[in-house]
Design a binder for this molecule. Sequence first.
Ligand code: HEM
Length: 441
Amino acid sequence: MAKPESRKAKRAALQGKATPRAAPGAASPEQAPQAPEGSPDGGPAPAMFGSQGAASALTGDAGDENATSPAGGLVDKSGISMDDFTPLGSGACKFIGSLHSYSFSSKHTRERPSVPREPVDRKRLKRDVEPGCSGTGPGPDKGSVQSPPTSSLTATPQKPSQSPSAPPADVTPQPAAEAVQSEQSDASPMSINEVILSASGACKLIDSLHSYCFSSRQSKSQVCCLREQVEKKNGELKALRQRVSRSDSQVRQLQEKLAELRRVSFPYLSSLLTPGHEPARMNPVVEPLSWMLGTWLSDPPGAGTFPTLQPFQYLEEAHISHVGQPMLNFSFSAFHPDTHKPMHRECGFIRLQPDTNKVAFVSAQNTGIVEVEEGEVNGQELCIASHSIARISFAREPHVEQITRKFRLNSEGKLEQTVSMATTTQPLTPHLHVTYKKVTP
Ligand code: HEM
């Protein structure tokens, strides 16, 4: 047994440190009966332990198991010091951990076989006396020794009303509950249970706070990631808008250039032909040839053949129009398919003998040939053959002696032209075949 004076001094030290740190709500007045003035400690017991039984667990029945820490605090041999129960000084987690340690070590201390345990009867006697006023010695009431173990201090789960801040009983850690149940003869199970209950509730609260912190960090990370993606997409959108803007600008420039080219090509004619900006009405005489009207582009490229020539291809634009007169105006312009270099070109007029389907085709070609072809229009097909051919005096040979043409609008709405010719060396033979698609009305 420890010396009384030494124990008294240590208790005084314990009271001086522990009293201000009593956790509010950790013990209700019923759970922690105030130490009477006649307390052997000479002052109130530490309220946070809830009962003198808990305090005696620190002081120890089996001997002086406490020592003074280097810092001057009271240290249990299990390694627990009062500082460990100080939430403000060492943090909530340390505090909770200490509570768990205390619970474990206290239980362990009580179960240590090396420590001689008092007879059950003596412990019961002592416990029965403690609530009265003194925890230092067995009470004289021999009758209480005979009292059953289910006395008022027998370990029972704390009622919620006794501790408003304690969590519900169903959250009591199982080991703690078992310890309480198995230690019914111990002097301090209720206090320990209470502390563990409080600690368990606090741990759950802290765990939920950690979980909230973690999920909050995750959410922030996701928000940052999404924000980066949005910024990246905004950048791409901005680049696309700039490209569209550039394309619009290019289209405007091309339109302006085209308008300028038209003005240059027909500086005065356009204004003369369409003063009121209304197209000329078609002369009814040429109405049977109306299917030829329009601007046409070779599609696919035209194909050239002749017995004396290598097959070749060409691009051609056919422009057939009218200005209200009883005739059509035409121009055919051929280009090299690769270099777009101008090749054959001809222009002229197509006339119809009124009230007949007889057609006269007059053409002047850049090769120095002028020719007249005549024929008939039947539906959407025009077949003509050379009536007269003339040439310049220095035209290259072989000279063309006969020309036949056929125009038709096919089932696909495309214009076709087939040309055959006879030269001074070759009989009438196909020379050209081209299909045009309409590009303007
Ligand atoms: C009705 C209109 C045309 C006539 C009467 C015509 C007549 C001729 C004749 C007589 C020749 C010489 C053949 C030989 O050497 O044996 C020739 C050659 C040729 N024609 Fe045509 N042609 C016409 C339209 C075209 C067209 C639209 C093209 C398209 C680009 C074309 C391209 C050629 C070529 C590449 C040659 C061979 C090279 C040359 O002699 O210049 N011709 N043509």
